[in-house]
Design a protein. Sequence first.
Length: 423
Amino acid sequence: MAAVAVVALTAAAAAPARSSLRLARATKVTAKARSDTSIRLRWHARARRETRWEILWASHEVRLRRGARTYLVRGLRPGKRYRFMIRACRRRACRRATRLRARTRAATPAPGADTPAPGPGPVPPPGSGSGPPSPPGGAPSTELAGCPIFPPDSPWNQDVSKLPVHRDSARFVAAIGAGGHLHPDFGSGRYGDYGIPYTVVPAGQRPVPIRFTAYGDQSDPGPYPIPPDARIEGGAASTGDRHVLVLRQGECRLYELFAARPAGDGWEAASGAVWDLRSNALRPEGWTSADAAGLPILPGLARADEASADRITHALRFTVSQTQRGYIRPATHFASGSTDPTLPPMGLRLRLRSNYDIAAYHGQARAVLEALRTYGMIVADNGSDWYISGTPDPAWDDDDLDQLKRVPGSAFEAVDTGPIRSG
């Protein structure tokens, strides 16, 4: 295939101080779609004082060695146009980036396949593994209450099954516990109030005052449209994290609080964050949210309606007992003072290994494992090792979910989604 048309221009990409150093500039930039999910970037440059090259797109960043002049970007969506930035860097200084745009190939149907006529079709049984496939790089059907749960190209909706294994994967898995086992921290309620609930409110829900008690300087100011009877994680008498998640229809914004309690005509909380579900915007660097990693909570929860339909099309949230002083985007915050590089950073993404046999698993547990193989799970908070998060719902089959407790930590591997940041 001929090279994809590219628009290249030097532009003032955000660069650290001392960007005036005489570093190399990417020239003669070209891009070629290698498949419907990948694009090959190539460029020329006269080596100067750079020590690495950086490639940025969407919320992703890749660092390459000094002499790199090509990179294959994988995990993209078919037929979608992407904007990339290429820049040379030395220590904390980077040259102004060269920008380019390119489009992946359109998805190609399998040979001999007929295009099905529109209309209803047979629904596969839950957990059969035969649900409709998700397009690589995004999951357009990830939605709730008429709202998208972030755009299809959000990191939460990214297919990571083909991403390279992180070079420190074995050390991270060992630190979390290769001999430990997966644990669903949610259920039907039959054995206790486990899970993180959410509340959907109409577009006209009245906003109320929010008073922050701990991390107000890193919280989005109120008011928030949280009703007095909004569901609290663990219940009204909980002594735990007491998360409150509210999705307001119409505007499709997500309001999340940590350590929340009703107070007067509003609420008080340790921290809070507001998320536009139609945007991929992240928190400011170094900011927390209602979750330790600076991430949203609702997008990473397993939901019974999705699992029963064999259609979980997003990454899941999970916790580990120890983390390092660092984070990987889309996380923006660390919650540890440890400089031990063997500990996982916030935002680290793990996936179920492709050679782990899930044939014996069924029902809702099988759907969760399929999602972990395709979309993975993201370190979001300090807590019990290998605990994945979901919503409390009577539709969960607790006996079915118990199958997940047989999956060992050694069945997972960390994938490379970007550099570890510490500030």
